[in-house]
Every structure is written in structure tokens, then in C-alpha cells.
Design a protein around this ligand. Structure first.
Ligand SMILES: Cc1ncc(COP(=O)(O)O)c(C=O)c1O
Length: 402
């Protein structure tokens, strides 16, 4: 019998998605009849707008959409994405610079697979979204963390980035608004970081999936537009999931220089071919329509964001900077680690999250999932009443810590 490992080292090294795991556990408890409130999921609680669903229904009836289409995306969708990018970011691209992917997630994988050789380093600001490390690792790249905390609202400075740069640094991952922290860089900060990257010949991979979810005075700035000096070393990742409540439709895209897009399209042509045509036609209706649906969601998210942050900051031992974008709050719970709670003494935010799930029937994602233990991520993309009830339960439980 062969003694070779059954699972390859490359794939064994990939961890389960912690956010999906928390969500699955909460859903299983719910199915078993327990009144769990989940703050784990990273998706809007709204249905996809009706006109988008209607476009999909019509597409499903057309025989040409029952067939394979170009691996890189329907030409009309690529053009609409190029137009939308000019409309929303002021960034001029041709349809040939767009690759339509199976969700933003596939765009993340393909971007790193296309840019990285083994040993190439990528600067990643922590806390970071769970998928990035796995995508970088799979591509043979080396992630270099640039760790931030609540004292700066989770924003990295140029000095911090420069301290992490080496001769092997190929790219900077720039995510603003950020998942998991909701941090949003100002235009000035974005320009400073972009210019520093350009000066050192670094690629910038920028994930703009939360571009339309910013609150209060915060503004989204596309680093590609703000820093023209980056030239042809920018790759933009985006998708319809968060803006149009379309997480289940699986349409995202990658925008970049034509050599990168061509190479990534070759990869996709062997991996998955074209994205489902019905979903592409739904995405076409979404990106070529107006932004009224996201404006409505934004109003609801903003209200919930303010309620959540206020309630979290009232809990002794919890500190939550105000998130300016996306739909997550990222409070520090460091002061509560090691305290006694219901006869136990959680030694990490992971253990504290487990205790909260068992005792308060509330699911939060521990900071371990995002590279920074000592924090929780709570999504505020859930109904107002559930949000208040869930945070109240957490507050009640945590007030017993001593
Ligand atoms: C920062 C970020 N980028 C990309 C994605 C990918 O979204 P999807 O694959 O659903 O389009 C997500 C989803 O959670 C995200 O939070």
C-alpha cells in the first residue's frame, strides 16, 4: 500500500472558512429548535431586487443562454462592467480588460494565481478577510501581515507598509471598505498608499466589493483612479453580491491590464469556463440599472450600524471603533479574555465566542479567523429586532464576567 498522503500538502494546508463554519453551527442549532441569533453571515438580509430576478427569468427562456458562452464573460456584460466602473469610480477601462468570474471569490483566487510565483510576498493588512491567506498560499505566495488595531480604526499607515516591504514584495492588497473591520481610507490616505506602492513598483490588488456601502461622511475612493501613477499594475476585484443582495448568484469580476486578464481568462477557461449565463444576465440588469436598491439597503445598514456600535460600547470590557463602511463591526474584547464567566475562564476570543454561542445562543465570528485574536466580527446585515435582541443577550452575559 502506498504511504503517500491521501490529501496533497497544498490542499491540506487550506483551513475551513471560519465564517462559514460559525454560520453553519448557528444554523444547525437553529434547526434543532434553539433560538439562535447569527451575526456571522456576510450577506445582505434583503432579497435581490425584482427587476434583476426578472432579467434572469427571461434569460432562462432563451435557448442561446442554454449553451456555453465565452469563458471570460458575455460581451454585453463585460461592456456594462467597464461602463459601470467609469460611472462609479471614474476609471476608464475597455471591455477586454474585464473577466467575469464566479463571484468575487474566484476573482481573488485568479488574481493571486496569475500574479504570484512561489516566494513572492504580498502585504496584507490585518485584520483581513479569511479567503485572502488561502488564495495567496494556494498560488505559492507568502503573506506578510501588516497588523493594525482599534487605536487607528484599523487603518495602516505608509510607514507600517514600508517597514514590511522587502525585495520579495510583489503586491499590496488594498481593501477599503474593509471586511472584517468596516474601516474606510480617506482619499488622502488612499493616495499616499497608492503613490508609495507606485514608487516601489508594487502591484496593487484592490477589492472594491463594498464600494457602495459607506456611511456618514465617509467616501469610497478607488485607488486605481486616485493614483494614475500605478499605471498597468492595478487589479480591481468586485462583484454584484453585496451591492445588489446577490450573494447566491455568483457573479464577480476582475479588471486589470490586458496581459493579466488574458492569462486569468486562460486559467478560468480550464477551471470553470463561463459563469452561468442566467446569472450573468441578472448581473447585466444589476450593473446597468441605477443604484436605488443599494441606497435603500444602505439606509437600513446605517441605522443598524449605529445601534450596534452604541450597544457594544456600553458593554464593560468591549470597545468598538465606528465602522465607516461594509456591514461589520469589529469590537475588541481583549479585556474580557481570562475573566470568569459562568464557571469558565475563556482564554481566547475563540473560546469566548463558543461560550456566547452556548450560553446566549448568539453567533459571532472570533478575531482568530481574521488574523487578530482578541476581537469579534459581528455583521449588522440582519433585521433590527434580531440585532437588538442578539446584542442585548451578549451584553447580559458579558456583564457577568469578573
Ligand atoms: C472583502 C470581500 N471580497 C470578496 C467577497 C466575495 O464575494 P462573492 O464571492 O460572494 O462575490 C467577499 C464576501 O464575503 C468579501 O467580503
Amino acid at each position: 500500500m502506498s504511504t503517500r498522503p491521501r490529501i496533497s500538502a497544498r490542499i491540506s494546508a487550506i483551513s475551513e472558512s471560519a465564517t462559514l463554519a460559525v454560520d453553519a453551527k448557528a444554523k444547525a442549532m437553529k434547526a434543532a429548535g434553539r433560538p439562535v441569533i447569527g451575526f456571522g453571515a456576510g450577506e445582505p438580509d434583503f432579497p435581490t431586487p425584482g427587476y434583476i430576478v426578472e432579467a434572469a427569468v427571461q434569460a432562462a427562456r432563451e435557448p442561446r443562454f442554454h449553451k456555453y458562452t465565452p469563458a471570460g464573460g458575455l460581451p454585453e456584460l463585460k461592456q456594462a462592467i467597464a461602463d459601470k466602473t467609469r460611472r462609479d469610480s471614474g476609471y476608464a477601462v475597455e471591455a477586454s480588460q474585464v473577466l467575469v468570474t464566479n463571484g468575487g471569490k474566484q476573482a481573488v483566487y485568479e488574481a493571486f494565481a496569475t500574479l504570484l510565483d512561489p516566494g513572492d510576498e504580498v502585504l496584507v493588512v490585518a485584520p483581513y478577510w479569511t479567503t485572502y491567506p488561502e488564495a495567496i498560499k494556494l498560488a505559492g505566495g507568502v503573506q506578510v501581515d501588516v497588523v493594525t488595531d482599534e487605536s487607528t480604526g484599523y487603518l495602516a499607515s505608509v510607514e507600517q507598509l514600508e517597514a514590511a516591504r522587502t525585495e520579495r514584495t510583489k503586491a499590496l492588497l488594498f481593501v477599503s471598505p474593509s471586511n472584517p473591520t468596516g474601516a474606510v481610507h480617506s482619499r488622502e490616505q488612499t493616495e499616499a498608499i497608492g503613490r508609495w506602492a507606485a514608487e516601489h513598483g508594487l502591484w496593487v490588488v484592490t477589492d472594491e466589493i463594498y464600494e457602495h456601502l459607506v456611511y456618514g461622511g465617509a467616501e469610497f475612493t478607488s485607488i486605481a483612479t486616485a493614483v494614475p501613477e500605478l499605471g498597468d499594475r492595478v487589479v480591481i476585484l468586485n462583484g454584484v453580491a453585496k451591492t445588489y443582495a446577490m450573494t447566491g448568484w455568483r457573479v464577480g469580476w476582475l479588471i486589470g491590464p490586458s496581459d493579466v486578464v488574458k492569462a486569468a481568462t486562460n486559467l478560468q477557461s480550464h477551471a470553470t469556463s463561463n459563469v452561468a449565463n442566467v446569472s450573468q444576465m441578472a448581473a447585466l440588469a444589476a450593473v446597468s440599472g441605477d443604484l436605488s436598491a443599494v441606497a435603500e439597503m444602505r439606509t437600513a445598514f446605517d441605522r443598524r450600524r449605529q445601534t450596534m456600535v452604541r450597544m457594544l460600547n456600553e458593554i464593560p470590557g468591549v470597545f468598538c471603533p465606528e465602522p465607516k463602511g461594509a456591514f461589520y463591526a469589529y469590537p475588541s474584547v481583549k479585556e474580557l479574555i481570562g475573566k470568569e464567566l459562568r464557571g469558565r475562564r475563556p482564554r481566547s476570543s475563540g473560546e469566548l465566542a463558543e461560550l456566547i454561542l452556548e450560553e446566549a445562543e448568539v453567533a459571532v465570528v472570533p478575531g482568530e479567523a481574521f488574523g487578530t485574536p482578541g476581537y469579534f466580527r459581528l455583521s449588522y446585515a440582519l433585521g433590527d429586532d434580531d440585532l437588538v435582541e442578539g446584542v442585548s443577550r451578549v451584553a447580559k452575559l458579558l456583564s457577568e464576567a469578573h
